[in-house]
Design a protein around this ligand. Structure first.
Ligand code: NAD
Ligand code: IPM
Ligand code: MN
Length: 364
């Protein structure tokens, strides 16, 4: 059994409010299950740091983080003072790419006690994963603007897909589907309109699928797929998507289950050559930041996902898997019995909601 070193990066806005709640719950879990977690906080990767220094991170950021076992991350972005593409390409997107966190795993689940905006759905009816490709695709800085400032402005932004990149995320998704009961994989594409990359992506799904004869493959164009998230969410088990499609689906899915304030994510380098990063799906929410009313559950659940990933590290001690399950259980209990934050129709503030989950975990 060993110690895990974890970088704690709060970022901006509600990231600074929800990260402490996540740490609070993880510290209860550590005591209760005998986990050895050592947190190191970092002030950088934030717009405050950018305004002070002119950069989102210090030049040696990679050395400072490379030896960490995981990064526990809040949210970055403060568009009132720093343009979003500067803050995000200077931090989160760098982590994903330079630490080769090529899987972005985002569960979508409808819980008891959470008002569902879709008619006639109850807890258990919606339970699937979005597996988002996290290092290539539509997220590139390849391209440019010609004749800027003139009537002839011409804008090119390339998408990049590699066989290596597509195959590894598809394999991960097929493996995940294999471990689940329904053994169903939806492949998000757009092979009618995006006529080069998407038919190719379909072909890679078929090629990788040959090794998984027990999995049903359901290729869907992204447009109708978004409609079905709303109309037939019970149809999904594992959904694999390119970077941008996965981004969109992973806000839509949680919205269909009541609030994006619950949705966690794991940015994984499955080979563990680099630290993986665990963060809410949501952002820094400038519209509610500073009021202490954000839902901390996405952050707390992301912490549980971190423990589940550490559980499978070669020399992890016991207790990590159990701690994950107990945190998810405590979240379920508090969602059912309250107190709940405003996005769920309740009156609790961020700290009260975090305390309730910490107490439920303590009592479990
Ligand atoms: P957002 O996710 O920050 O907010 C969208 C809406 O959801 C807002 O109305 C917000 O109040 C609400 N919301 C979000 N999280 C909530 C929570 N925990 N509890 C209750 N309500 C919550 O998305 P946005 O407004 O598009 O982006 C704001 C900033 O965050 C931008 O700078 C953006 O680039 C950045 N961003 C960062 C990340 C990240 O760090 N991973 C993710 C998304 C957006
Ligand atoms: C997410 C976010 C990021 C993304 C932004 C902030 C760059 O929306 O993690 O889903 O698009 O990946
Ligand atoms: Mn997003």
């Amino acid at each position: 059994s060993r110690r895990f070193n974890i970088a704690a990066i709060a970022g901006d806005g509600i990231g600074k409010e929800v990260l402490p709640e996540g740490r609070k719950v993880l510290e209860v879990a550590a005591r209760k299950f005998g986990l050895d977690l050592q947190f190191t906080p970092f002030e950088w990767a934030s717009c405050d740091y950018y305004l002070k220094t002119g950069a989102m991170m210090p030049p040696d950021w990679k050395d400072q983080l490379a030896g960490m076992d995981a990064i526990y991350f809040g949210a970055v972005g403060w568009p009132a003072t720093v343009p979003d593409h500067i803050s995000l390409w200077g931090s989160l997107l760098k982590f994903r790419r330079e630490f080769d966190q090529y899987i972005n795993l985002r569960p979508v689940r409808l819980f008891d006690g959470v008002p569902c905006p879709l008619a006639g759905r109850k807890a258990g009816d919606i339970d699937f994963y979005v597996v988002r490709e996290n290092t290539e695709g539509e997220y590139t800085n390849l391209g440019g603007i010609m004749f800027p400032g003139t009537e002839r402005e011409l804008v090119i932004q390339e998408s990049v897909f590699t066989r290596h990149g597509a195959d590894r995320v598809l394999k991960y998704a097929f493996e995940l589907a294999s471990a689940r009961q329904r053994k169903h994989l939806t492949v998000a594409t757009k092979s009618n309109g995006i006529a080069i990359s998407m038919p190719w992506w379909d072909g890679r799904a078929d090629a990788i699928g040959k090794d998984y004869p027990g999995i049903t493959i359901d290729k869907q164009h992204i447009d109708i797929l978004t409609a079905r998230f709303v109309l037939q969410p019970d149809r999904f088990d594992v959904v694999v998507a390119s970077n941008l499609f996965g981004d969109i689906l992973s806000d839509l899915g949680p919205a269909c289950t009541g609030t994006i304030g619950l949705a966690p994510s794991a940015n994984l380098n499955p080979e563990r050559n680099f630290p993986s990063l665990f963060e809410p799906v949501h952002g820094s929410a400038p519209d509610i930041a500073g009021r202490g009313i954000a839902n901390p559950i996405a952050q707390i659940w992301s912490g549980a996902m971190m423990l589940a990933f550490l559980a499978d590290a070669p020399d992890a001690g016991p207790g990590y898997r159990e701690a994950h399950d107990a945190i998810v259980g405590a979240i379920e209990q508090v969602l059912k019995d309250g107190p709940r934050t405003g996005d769920l129709g309740g009156k609790a503030n961020t700290v009260e909601a975090g305390d309730a989950i910490a107490r439920a975990l303590e009592a479990a």
